[in-house]
Write a protein that binds this ligand. Sequence first.
Ligand SMILES: Cc1cc2nc3c(=O)[nH]c(=O)nc-3n(C[C@H](O)[C@H](O)[C@H](O)COP(=O)(O)OP(=O)(O)OC[C@H]3O[C@@H](n4cnc5c(N)ncnc54)[C@H](O)[C@@H]3O)c2cc1C
Length: 486
Amino acid sequence: MTAITGKQYIDRINKLKTNVWVDGKQVTGNISEHPAFKGIMKSQASLYEMQHDNLLKSILTYPSPSTGNPVGLSYLQPKTKADLAKRREMIQQWAKSNNGMMGRSPDYMNTTLMAFASSAQFLEGKENCFPENLRGFYEYARENDISITHTFVDPQVNRGQYYLEATTEPIAARVIDSNDEGIIVKGARLLATQGGITEELLVMSAAGILEEEKGFAFSIPSNTKGLKFLCRESFVGGDSTFNYPLSSRYDEMDTIVVFDNVLVPWERVFYYNNLDVSNNFMMASAFQPFALHQVACRQIIKTEFVLGVVQSIIDTINIGEYLHVQEKASEIIVALETMKALVMKSEAEAKLDESGVMRPDRTTLQISINVFPKVYPRFAEIIQILGASGLMSIPTENSFQSSIRKDLDQYLQSKADTAENRVKIFRLAWDMTMSSFGTRQTLYERLFFGDPVRLSSQLYFTYDKNPYVQRVQEVLNSNTNQLNNL
Ligand SMILES: Cc1cc2nc3c(=O)[nH]c(=O)nc-3n(C[C@H](O)[C@H](O)[C@H](O)COP(=O)(O)OP(=O)(O)OC[C@H]3O[C@@H](n4cnc5c(N)ncnc54)[C@H](O)[C@@H]3O)c2cc1C
């Protein structure tokens, strides 16, 4: 097999007939034709299609280590810093096609799986652990260009530290049984973005588990019996790219995942019923450095786009002469260059790990994921402050084709452009920051890699502060010595 085309992606997903529910109705027929999914599936298909573009295929694919056929480059296990740079180029090439609006473009999960599989030796010889299954699944996904989503977090029922469920039926997904064929899982998981429009679902437990039955890792096809994806309402405003330039193309959909006595076959179980592994594998593995490298590379492209939108607003209504406007645009420039510097530093300080894989520097990327969730909401705020009422003076495509066009042309023109072009820019800014799609983007970037509060606490605890404390001690000691010598 080789890297797939866009059509192959669409055909595969349609064929699955996954159990997906939108607005109280089960999706029947081709999911790629459903109003909630057709835009995003087309965008996802176009990513796969790019792998066959003569100019891009050398950036987006590499020869499979097992067959020599071209496979997706986000599956590459980097052995050198040059490989890491190739990964960055690939990620950013895809991200440019949607300006970073697709948080879960397939390279995110391809990278995640590659990172976990690269660390499979951590599972070696441990109870209820199957490292060969993890490696095998990675190779299968790489060779067949399988699309994957994931769910790591339990439902938000009670976040108290010592919460144990007192219900007869499980709420959070747990292993309730096992048999010759595999383990049986019942309960739910909160949020799998792109649920229902990928071939596979990777299920893993985030750390902090108190009960063995809640710790596991496996992957199953999305159409596995008993698996259901319950969608939020669609944030696609409509088909018109004039009216909804972003939501019509990039609404990835978020789904609650229900496991109704789902049988996970043994060959797809990576580990289960092992508290120590469940609580430590994610951090011990190469997941964080590689996933964060992918995330930061995409966020750079998104920030470039935000800067482009902000400068377009500034030019359109001619507000560039004001100091506070320049300062706000500069805030975005500072964030952009900071993110770029962090990615380059993470690559410059990359090191070979115990499996011979070149890991980008984790601490540097922990900084990037502490920076971006704070600056992204500020980008939205800046767009609102600079766009002001222009973000509400946004008549629709139909209005421009109606008898009021003359009024619109006259009263919505701007210093730099026609009314129609001005409205296009402002509709884009609105869809990026104010529509239901836009506000979701803000929430998404806030929480993309988990709770920002706990991410900063993790940075605090993992960052080596001792050398600096030592220097303070040296100053204190040298003061005493100097006094003693007098
Ligand atoms: C748009 C979107 C898409 C997502 N897609 C996916 C996906 O595809 N796959 C996936 O696995 N997950 C996904 N998530 C989930 C995401 O990983 C979580 O939102 C994130 O980890 C935070 O968890 P939570 O939402 O349960 O918040 P909670 O943990 O419930 O936190 C709520 C509040 O309580 C505070 N709080 C709770 N517990 C603690 C604690 N122990 N210490 C300190 N403060 C605490 C938090 O700081 C926060 O302010 C998605 C989330 C969003 C918003």
